[in-house]
Design a protein around this ligand. Structure first.
Ligand code: SF4
Length: 391
């Protein structure tokens, strides 16, 4: 059945300003907040334009990411949230998340976010070890990171995530464990642990290619992932996705939409969205015959973004139609990241049982989930289960 516009119940908004550019970062972001007021006005305009084209969608989740949203003036963020409420029907219990970095968090700023309707803050802690923070190019220290958790709590937030990074060169297992223990002791409701990856075009990539930095090898990275499972498990956090841990009932609903291969609208420079075919057509995207949905992305230049929005256009620079076979492969690949696993069609179950025999999958009826070994080989496992749509 063709998915309908009203299956879009999530919205991603991108704010590209950061205090400085981190060494490993390939997100759409720039150093400094110059021009942020004009940018936020353009973003408001694009949100209104989405509402005009898609209608008054009912939203269960809104995610304001970046970049560093906490860096822009809190009143500008409050205005953005107000525009979202004016434009769409945000449910009473919607999850409204905002990303924030320790250096631009204070209880006073957080109170403005809270009053505006943000109800979940995701803090870029990354590490509590000074040399790792320095290596990553972060501007805060451990004390500020932990104080930031207190600040948002003091402002009334009860849903708080801390992002952490492991496999940082020079950061051994003992100190990684210590960071996990200290962050867990601060009792955020959610902790994400991501492996440091070396992305082309980043300063870190340059240092690696020049031989100035040696990336952490796969065995150590896997060991540090296991340390996270152990420490956070003991502290009461459930691993509900490969890299994400939550206290009971505190899973990130917005990110679950991604992993369950759901739909989401997007606005802002560099933002990616995924819309059913009719919704994609409604915002002016070309939709190939037979496409179920369309993934699309905005350009990365802030000035060009603002110009396009002022001219009444969506600053979307690329899109990819998703046909039924690709959609099925994406559904399985993303679903295998989740502890809850994913349902398989009858045609894939024999293969699932043989992968279970290899210790890569756990099969329960028609539902499968990746084992720890399977998590490390997700692409290959997915290919075995549902083939390659491009083949
Ligand atoms: S704070 Fe985040 S988005 Fe900004 S430069 Fe650092 S890693 Fe990139």
């Amino acid at each position: 059945m063709t998915p309908a516009v009203d299956e879009v119940r999530s919205l991603y908004l991108h704010i590209p300003f950061c205090e400085r550019k981190c060494e490993y970062c390939d997100f759409t972001s720039v150093a400094g907040a110059t021009g942020s007021a004009a940018y936020m006005e353009a973003l408001n305009e694009e949100v209104r334009h989405l509402g005009t084209c898609l209608g008054r969608l009912t939203l269960d989740t809104v995610f304001i990411g970046g970049g560093t949203p906490s860096l822009v003036e809190p009143e500008l963020l409050a205005r953005l949230v107000a525009v979202v409420h004016d434009t769409f029907s945000v449910t009473a219990d919607a999850e409204v998340t905002m990303e924030a970095n320790p250096s631009s968090i204070s209880a006073a700023r957080a109170r403005v976010w809270k009053a505006a309707g943000v109800n979940r803050v995701s803090i870029g802690v990354q590490s509590l070890e000074a040399d790792a923070l320095h290596f990553l190019g972060r501007v805060h220290d451990a004390d500020r990171a932990l104080a930031a958790v207190d600040d948002v709590r003091e402002a009334g937030f009860t849903s708080i995530n801390c992002d952490l990074i492991y496999a940082v060169p020079g950061l051994g297992d003992v100190r990684w464990r210590r960071t996990l223990e200290r962050v867990a002791a601060a009792r955020p409701t959610h902790i994400s642990c991501y492996e440091l990856t070396v992305e082309p075009g980043t300063p870190l990539h340059t240092r690696v290619t020049r031989g100035q930095v040696t990336p952490v090898d796969g065995a150590r990275a896997m060991r540090q992932h296991r340390i996270a499972l152990e420490v956070l498990g003991l502290a009461g956090y459930d691993q509900y996705e490969v890299s994400n841990f939550a206290l009971s009932g505190e899973e990130c609903r917005h990110n679950l939409v991604y992993w369950r291969n759901g739909y989401y609208a997007a606005a802002g420079v560099g933002a990616h969205g995924h819309l059913p075919a009719d919704a994609a057509a409604a915002i002016g995207l070309d939709v190939e015959a037979g496409a179920v949905s369309v993934r699309h992305w905005h350009g990365r230049g802030i000035a060009a973004y603002a110009r396009a929005v002022r001219a009444g256009a969506f600053p979307i620079t690329g899109s990819e139609p998703v046909g039924p076979a690709m959609r099925e492969q994406e559904r399985v690949m993303l679903g295998l990241r989740l502890r809850e696993g994913v349902r398989l069609g009858a045609a894939s179950l024999d293969e699932a049982h043989s992968l279970e025999g290899l210790g890569l999958l756990a099969v329960d009826g028609d539902r499968v989930r990746a084992t720890e070994r399977g998590e490390a080989l997700l692409n290959q496992v997915t290919l075995r289960l549902v083939g390659d749509w491009a083949a």
